[in-house]
Write a protein that binds this ligand. Structure first.
Ligand code: HEM
Length: 407
């Protein structure tokens, strides 16, 4: 999903470009070393493919908020959009289309709606921990973090129970494509899942046109013809499914990973889960964010950080690097849940594309981390973490642990 904007910019990678190292072995395990190389090059560093990268918090923030930058890269650069790319609704749009479509989705994430989801999320997290406790050994990702967001999104969109399991299965396959298509077989599976999801949504549209309910799909359908055109319905639903799934899984995975790597902070959290869960999630978002970078394309020639950016050139905004900018944070490399941050982190981006699902992501992750600390203070690793193979989405995909202590 997010990789796509970057893939448009990177038709292949160039080996000696530090940016390209992010996809390779050393960058995957510790991209933060590579971000420091970019930072050492200055606030705005030219890449070998004729674009720019920035690790600066101030420059990232400025680019993401500057209306002279947009996301409609293909139109600006004249480059063809690769075939496998699908329409990702308002994530892929500039105003006025962006504004029109985002306004439709926004109310689903209001504080009132969040309050309504809380109980269901608490219950689901409780059930997942019951099952994990009964087994003793479990995987933080597949047994805990992954089943949660999909259940929540199913609820938010209003997918009927009868279709929910199929929806969850296909959603997981589509999300696996965030890291790129690994093989022809994988490509065929992803295409099959995407067709099946489209089918589920098409059926859902028929149902909710005749029997509207209090859910997002009904609200979107009610606006059809005015605020949203018929061909924009599927991309909007697809965006909400994909954007909210893998990112939240990785936030929970990264939080547990960071906490187990810092035992004194895990202990502090277990001593006061209600008081510290939110801070633990915020510090994870700053220190090891699930979406590591995004990009914007200049719609006109402009001056930025002492350089000229031409129309059609990209700026890679390295969100994870900005979150460790020493010009903004003291000891940025330290994971510290007791920190009072000097600035907002950029884990959810900034400006008009600021993550619309941020309140939901926070709610899910805080409840997950809090209940885990309450029920499994003796949690420990039971094997090595394997990370996903992506330079954009960061998180574990295999994370074995052993429950111990109170459950
Ligand atoms: C946009 C991160 C969870 C829906 C974004 C962007 C980021 C982001 C960085 C902006 C991309 C850019 O500027 O190019 C995350 C992270 C999450 C998360 C780290 C979890 C920890 C969610 C959830 C939902 C969601 C739970 C919904 C169910 C969206 C949508 C957009 C978006 C619809 C597009 C906003 C726009 O273009 O105006 N997210 N997200 N996200 N996110 Fe999230």
């Amino acid at each position: 999903l997010y990789a796509r904007q970057l893939d448009t910019a990177y038709h292949g990678y160039v080996r000696r470009d530090p940016m390209s190292l992010l996809r390779l072995g050393p960058g995957r395990d510790d991209p933060y070393l590579i971000y420091e190389r970019i930072r050492a090059g200055g606030d705005l560093v030219p890449t070998r493919l004729g674009n720019y990268a920035t690790a600066s918090h101030a420059v990232c923030n400025a680019v993401l908020r500057d209306r002279r930058f947009g996301v409609r890269a293909a139109e600006l650069t004249g480059r063809a959009v690769p075939d496998q790319q699908v329409d990702m609704s308002f994530l892929d749009k500039d105003p006025p289309d962006h504004t029109r479509l985002r306004r439709l989705a926004q109310p689903a994430f209001s504080p009132r709606q969040m309050a309504g989801y809380r109980e269901r999320i608490e219950q689901r997290v409780g059930e997942l921990l019951d099952a994990a406790a009964a087994r003793g050994g479990f995987d933080v990702v597949s047994d805990f973090a992954a089943p949660l967001p999909i259940a929540v999104i199913t609820d938010l969109l209003g997918v009927p129970d009868a279709d929910a399991a199929r929806f969850a299965r296909q959603g997981a396959v589509i999300s696996s494509a965030l890291d790129g298509i690994r093989s022809l077989r994988h490509g065929i599976r992803v295409k099959g899942a995407s067709d099946e999801l489209d089918d589920i949504f098409a059926k859902l549209f028929v149902l909710r046109r005749s029997e509207p309910a209090d859910d997002l799909v009904s609200r979107i359908l009610a606006a059809e013809g005015e605020q949203i055109r018929s061909h924009e319905l599927l991309p909007m639903c697809r965006l909400l499914l994909v954007a909210g799934f893998e990112t939240t899984v990785n936030l929970i995975g990264n939080a547990v990973n960071a906490l187990l790597d810092h035992p004194e902070q895990w202990e502090a959290l277990c001593a006061d889960p209600a008081g510290l869960a939110e801070a633990a999630v915020e510090e994870t978002l700053r220190w090891d964010p699930p979406v590591q970078r995004t990009a914007r394309c200049a719609t006109e020639e402009l001056e930025l950080a002492g350089r000229t950016v031409r129309r059609g050139q990209f700026v890679m905004t390295m969100l994870a690097a900005a979150n460790r900018d020493p010009a903004v944070y003291s000891h940025p490399e330290r994971f510290d849940i007791h920190r009072t941050p000097e600035a907002d982190h950029l884990a959810f981006s900034s400006g008009i594309h600021y993550c619309v699902g941020a309140p939901l992501a926070r709610l899910e992750a805080v409840i997950a981390v809090r209940q885990l600390a309450e029920r499994m203070p003796g949690l420990r690793r039971a094997g090595a973490v394997r990370r996903r193979n992506s330079g954009v989405i960061r998180g574990p995909f295999h994370f074995p642990v052993q429950a111990a202590g109170r459950v």
